[in-house]
Design a protein around this ligand. Structure first.
Ligand code: SF4
Length: 304
């Protein structure tokens, strides 16, 4: 976070109003739009039977509240098996992050109706992991420990997939000898940090096959945020602290540009003192942030 401390850089304590730059693309991605559409459809068709999200459908509290108003309740455990143990009947919705086949099987065994809202980009990674494992590969998966997406992807071939999160993890990798190697990753990681880990893997294992699965929505939001951050004094990212892609937007702005980036869930979390001295602020939002929340943050910034 070089240079990313204290207040925004820029404006002296003059009277000029701060310019608010709306960074594009921002906000909902296709996977989130589709998952919400599916959940609302199921809530509307429930007919008295419970409809439950197995974990946060997308990592945003505003979306969770809206869905509960539409008849879809939440079992919040990030461990999908634990979550399943709390659901006895009705429909269970698999979240946009996906789940391991063992979870879907356990849900069906309980007699639950399973509706899969996994993002198509995540499903593609699942297919890749299965195909590689079936072809005899050992797979290194770059992802965040404890996040549901890696759990679902690794669950496609748990005996042949190895989670790494950091460069230190790469040093500690002890892979079986004599098998072809491949690396893939979570869809919402920092493009730049992931590239460093892939480079180190290629140094340690020169034959490793690279399948970078950071999704297009994540790439475009990160590139847009970094490019805009170079032209403004600081950046506000609207998103939940739970949201991996929102956290990564803060991280890439700070690491690549040295500009300060603030993560806020709502306009109420804005602290005017952050913008002392700022002439321009960029605003972006995570892929799971509702548009009306971002709009209210922009309006609040325009009043500063
Ligand atoms: S961030 Fe990417 S992988 Fe995640 S739901 Fe959106 S499009 Fe799908």
């Amino acid at each position: 976070m070089a240079g990313a401390t204290g207040e925004c850089q820029g404006r002296q304590s003059g009277e000029d109003r701060m310019e608010v730059v709306k960074i594009t693309p921002r906000g909902y991605c296709h996977g989130v739009v589709e998952a919400i559409r599916i959940a609302k459809r199921e809530g509307a068709a429930a007919n008295g039977e419970p409809v439950t999200m197995l974990g946060y459908l997308v990592h945003n509290e505003h979306v969770t509240t809206e869905l509960s108003e539409n008849g879809v309740t939440l079992v919040a455990d990030e461990d999908r098996h634990e979550g399943l143990s709390r659901i006895d009947r009705g429909t269970v919705i698999i979240t946009a992050h996906g789940a391991a086949p063992a979870v879907l099987e356990a849900a069906r065994k309980k007699g639950l109706r399973v509706v899969d809202a996994t993002c198509s980009d995540v499903t593609r990674t699942h297919a890749l992991v299965s195909r590689l494992a079936d072809s005899g590969y050992e797979i290194v998966y770059i992802g965040k420990r404890g996040h549901p997406e890696p759990a679902g992807a690794i669950g496609q071939a748990p005996d042949h997939t190895h989670l790494v999160e950091t460069l230190e993890d790469v040093e500690g990798l002890d892979l079986p000898k004599g098998r072809p190697l491949a690396v893939t990753c979570q869809t919402t990681l920092s493009m730049w940090d992931t590239e460093k880990i892939i480079q180190r893997l290629k140094e340690r294992f020169p034959s490793i096959e690279v399948h970078n699965e950071i999704c297009r929505a994540t790439q475009e939001r990160q590139e847009g945020a970094v490019a805009a951050a170079r032209r403004v004094d600081c950046v506000v990212v609207v998103g939940s602290p739970r949201s991996s892609n929102s956290q990564r937007l803060v991280q890439v702005v700070e690491n690549l540009t040295g500009k300060r980036a603030y993560l806020v869930d709502t306009a109420a979390e804005l602290d005017p003192s952050w913008f002392n001295g700022a002439r321009t602020v960029g605003v972006t939002s995570g892929a799971s942030t509702p548009t009306h929340i971002t709009r209210s943050v922009i309006e609040a910034l325009e009043q500063l």
